[in-house]
Write a new protein. Sequence first.
Length: 404
Amino acid sequence: MPTSAPGLLPLIGVAPLMRRAFAGDSLAQDGHDFLFRAQQNPADANAYLDFSTVLQLTGNRADALAVQGEAIAIRQLYHLPARGPGPGIRLLVIMGPGDLMANTPVEFLIEDSDVALTMLYMTTDSDWPLTIPEHDVLLVGVAESDQNQRLLQRLVDDLQDWPRPVINRPERIAVLSRDGACAALAGIAGVEMPATVRVDRARLQALGDGTLAATALLPDGDFPVIVRPTGSHAGQHLDKLMTPADVAGYLERVDATRFYLSRFVDYRNADGQFRKYRITLVDGQPFICHYAISSHWMIHYLNAGMTESQAKRDEEADCMAHFDTQFALRHAAAIQAIFTRLGLAYVGIDCAETPDGKLLIFEVDNAMIVHDMDPEGMFPYKKPVMHKVFAAFRSLLEKTRATD
């Protein structure tokens, strides 16, 4: 099956469009152009898929997923040629439908490299293309979610005897739910990862009205607790409940039926600030991707005030400069144990350090976005650090290809 039809404009892809959005550029004209192309030629799957990306980047998620569905119905295969000199590596990535957090953001890892990327969108019901493009390595990019569990289980059988090397087997990805990752990493020396349980709305309500004790749900703690709907990301409806009395107000604000619940860990440093690391493990080696500092426990890089504080950026630069000899060395045994337990050659980890020096794990995910889009004038130290990640990923592809 061809990845594009003759005469059609090539796919632009997520990375260039997100880079422009990140820089504050308007994507309105791009969206208009993609829509016009799709209206003029309903077979222009590239226009549909790029239009879906623009809709996602401009906050129109429901429309974006509908347009993405139209694109996948037209064609499952999409190609982004290598930008660097050949011969390079041919990478086939299995993707699932969904938003920008539904798959490994591999485009950012290989941007401007000699890696030719083919993306194959699969669903639980779709047939495999009659012809699979030639490739050197296959990467399962589908991220864990309740919606993706059936697809991941299907891929376990489909990829069992795949004729090319496979990175990130689907059965390994399937354990990365918040409660699954907690179970997988339980008992590792030097790691703090509070037990995470799933509760329905009725049980959360019972927790609030006092008919159910927190200790009956959480094997390792009591209030304060952290709660969020299952399937939520980026802190959406994530809250800290200090007492049972806080549950009622939370349920009034959040219309969800199932939730994750875990005990809260106070990981403030002596200066009262919280610090969160995003690292990637590439073939077991840790790499720092960002380091955020905030007075609030719920840290996201974009709301941590990093652009407003030179002092915070100086601290991040120092952390990145000494990451290999400080953080990575302090937690070397724990990181190796995590890599061994997970069995994933590429994965992201959001984490911190507890006051007593343990590695505090918030989330483990194969779809965390890592990038070098931050403005160099403000973050001159970041691009070299991120290019170490990209080079390590390229080396992983080469090493994996060599096992064929």
